[in-house]
Design a protein around this ligand. Sequence first.
Ligand code: NAD
Length: 356
Amino acid sequence: MKTREVLILQGDGIGPEVCHEAKKVLEHINDTKDLGITISESAVGGCAFEEFGSPLPEKTLKLAQRSDAILLGAVGGPSWDNLDYDLRPERALLGLRSELDLFANLRPAILSKYLSDSSSLKPEKVLDLDMLIVRELTGGIYFGEPRGRSDTNESAFNTMVYSKNEIERIGRVAFEAAQKRNKKLCSVDKANVLEVSVLWREVISDLANEYPDVHLSHMLVDNAAMQLVREPKQFDVIVTGNLFGDILSDIAAMLTGSIGMLPSASLNSKNQGLYEPVHGSAPDIAGKGLANPIAAILSVAMMLKYSFSLNEASSDIEGAIQEVLSAGYITHDLEGNNNKKLSTSEMGNKIIEKLI
Ligand code: NAD
């Protein structure tokens, strides 16, 4: 049987807690369905810096390059906030993304009908919300050169740059995703101000000729931020660059009630993927059993679907989560009357119970 190699990088803060639950679910479904998944683990982030002097040690990078899919918890925390730029835990994420060429970041924002009270918007605005943000992840201002300080240290600068190729390959991922959904794609840019956005718009518009079944629209990023909180259900798929996608996907996250519910996938052209919850290391609740593990567990579901094409196993996990929520079980970050609040590990166990 084909072997499928998964690397788990727990990271910092609540990373180990949510990864523990996600690993339990992955092991369970691997055993019951005989999926041939092998799991290894390695260090990343602040804890890797403490042990090895680097947030992305050589050994971790090598294991990541060899694996088919990576599950990452979260990195960062106040202990490492004052480290030099290249040693900061977040550098590990940027390093993994660029070393593995994970250029396509897929972030679904789906509101479970059992949690519409948890959204920051009125329930009728978000009921049945199901959208996907496709964010370019390895280009744009986060990676553009030159970057730095002026000689006098009186100013600092970054460069926003996109090549036609970079725009085209993320555009294709987004058009193809839209084809499998409701065939609506909104490209978000700042073409009224930025030259790089003018090119972005040209390339995406040209690409649309190859996908006549998809309805393409363009929106400026400031308007997109407003529309996301005004009428979020107008969107099906959004495609945008690295910086704008970073911000818009966090706005979309809050529409769904909790950042603890949202998974993400970052893929390269070989479907090798890094799967991680959208949230950070949440140092304020780390070690207290308060973290919601659902985003990490849904990241496993995305992994099974996108890296291994195991759609049935992936749907089983999503279904088990819906069953648990429909029975009124939630974690501390979610709102709801008459609900039963579970700890991180109790939520993991409940989801496994429903998988049996
Ligand atoms: P955060 O996502 O860690 O936390 C924001 C808020 O959401 C906190 O109140 C936290 O308690 C809550 N929260 C987050 N995840 C939760 C979960 N699963 N269950 C329940 N509540 C949850 O963002 P932040 O506070 O801005 O950042 C904290 C650290 O995480 C920083 O060091 C930051 O750099 C890092 N960070 C890492 C990643 C990543 O690893 N991908 C992403 C964002 C932030």
